[in-house]
Design a protein around this ligand. Sequence first.
Ligand SMILES: Nc1ncnc2c1ncn2[C@@H]1O[C@H](COP(=O)(O)OP(=O)(O)OP(=O)(O)O)[C@@H](O)[C@H]1O
Length: 250
Amino acid sequence: MTLLVKDIEFSYNSLAILKDIRFKLGPRQLLGVLGVNGAGKSTLLKCLNKILHPKTGSVFLGSRDMLMLNGAEIARHMAYVPQKYGNESLTVFDAVLLGRKPHIRWAASQKDLRIVENILRQMNLEKFSLRPVNTLSGGEMQKVIIARALAQEPEILLLDEPTSSLDLKNQFEVMNIISRVIRQQDLSAVVSIHDLNLAVRFADLFLMIKDNTVYGLVEKKDLTPEMVRDVYGIEVLLGNIKGHTVIVPV
Ligand SMILES: Nc1ncnc2c1ncn2[C@@H]1O[C@H](COP(=O)(O)OP(=O)(O)OP(=O)(O)O)[C@@H](O)[C@H]1O
């Protein structure tokens, strides 16, 4: 389903953070949200699923305006992975099963349990199934929160810095899983990400935020060093190593 975001404006008290934010995202696409610290990336993600209430604008998923739905209804369509999350004493299995909550009426079904088992296996988290989440390392915990979002089987994944605590291998493992899931299950993902090399590897297009608004919505092939310089204030080279685009500060 297509996500169509129009004219989002948001302020904390009287401090304007986002204005005139608009973009369109098709199914099976991963949008990297780029911008400097404090640009408003997390704020934007939270405006899309109504954790924050934008002053104006609309967020259409197909013909449905998400901002007209309540939190429980939104959770059936959108899963959100925050940048910070609390320590939980739940076991890993139960924490991931919580992702099924928007779909469960009375009790978890065999299907719900199977979905959780599959995701734990895909993400190499099986061995932690019975461990309380608050005994895991930061990176292991981050994978559990992403597993929970996948268990939710949403149409849109909203991921705020999903790889920030992960080592190189896990960054690639997790981004590969996300890429594969969105392609196999016709989802889309909106991912705030600081690591530009990871972004160019996995995102299909970029929403670049600067001065509280959209600097550009560009496809990967159209990204230029000038755009990176304008948005981040640093000169970079854009190169290619064995078919992979790389960005190097100079
Ligand atoms: N609850 C709040 N009250 C007031 N200002 C806030 C609040 N939360 C965030 N801000 C401010 O809003 C601006 C945007 O913050 P946001 O977290 O969306 O940026 P970001 O692009 O995600 O940053 P980072 O890359 O550092 O995570 C920042 O200047 C921040 O200080």
